[in-house]
Design a protein around this ligand. Sequence first.
Ligand code: 1CP
Length: 357
Amino acid sequence: MQDFPPLVNDTLLRAARGDDVERIPVWVMRQAGRYLPEFRALRAEHNFFKICQTPELVAEVTLQPIRRYDLDAAIIFSDILVVPQALGMVVEMKPGVGPVLPEPLSSPSDIEKLKFPVDVKEKLGYVFEGITLTRHKLEGKVPLIGFSGAPWTLMCYMIEGGGSKTMSKAKNWLYQHPNSSHELLKILTDVTVDYLVEQVIAGAQLLQVFESNAEYLAREQFEEFSIPYFKTISEQVKKQLEKRGVESVPMTIFAKGAHHSLKKLGNIGFDIVGLDWTMIPNEARNQVGPHITLQGNLDPCALYGSKEAIKKLTHEMLSAFGKSRYIANLGHGIYPDVDPEHLKVFIDTIHEYKWST
Ligand code: 1CP
């Protein structure tokens, strides 16, 4: 390995393993992003994917929230859509619009156009270089999280050609072309496994898989088109790392909207289950059982409230989850128009919380 500085604050990793912690660890989805003026300033000078492809810029953006706040983890700056790019698809980031794929997969025969198999070290080597450099620049302050999109969420972008209110084109495939859907999901799973393994080898200390589009699937579809691939990802990542002689890292599954399947999510080889803000902590705990760490789940819009209101809602969140096996976060990514001072209130409230014994 790359002789990284020793880790000073390992609270996140201890909570992930279920060990005792003196304070609740907290990080925030999209913590490096547009709500930060220092991010917007850098973004004004560089194209989004140019930042992702330049290890020095990746490290700089990843460190921005760490300099500002008392966070317990950094998450590598990148995007889930670098995987479709690695498969040969064009992805553009349009300011004010979001990601656009100008040539989406319009029928199952388009699967043949994908450049598969992917040599992730060749196509996504810039991510791994970014991870290694960032891990050094973090100087052991907090652990570094790596991530990927889950296959169904990636499939949505590849077929819709960008965000969508309904995902009706991608869901059309599930009903009209279930075999081709599985073929595509299998391709995405294979790339994702290699991609996550290399992130750990490069220095990622925890991995999160984002199934942000789980909310579009009913339970039956989620069980057919999403869960089996999660299972393959967790099993294969751990197996491949063992084969390579590398210690495995904790893994988080965040499946937004998958209320109906929390029990299953606690039983597919992931150590941490991320909850969105509509999920109820004690119900989730009953579903996943005692051996899983829960993560979440304040409504990202709660940060629009007054500082007093944020404190109150954060206290309620903490008492609902309890101190053990818990990582604090929002229930989805922070929005670009949130006041950075309000995020500070959220983080500091979590750390200052006095647990009654
Ligand atoms: O969390 C972090 O700080 C790390 C950076 C990060 C992550 C983890 C970014 C930077 N994107 C992501 C993951 C990501 N990207 C997800 C999964 C998490 C989630 O649901 O939020 C998804 C669905 C995307 C796709 C994406 N990329 C969207 C959503 C579009 C939609 O409505 O469907 C958007 C807006 C982006 C662009 C993007 N990614 C990241 C940033 C900072 C931005 C803003 C782009 C800009 O600066 O113009």
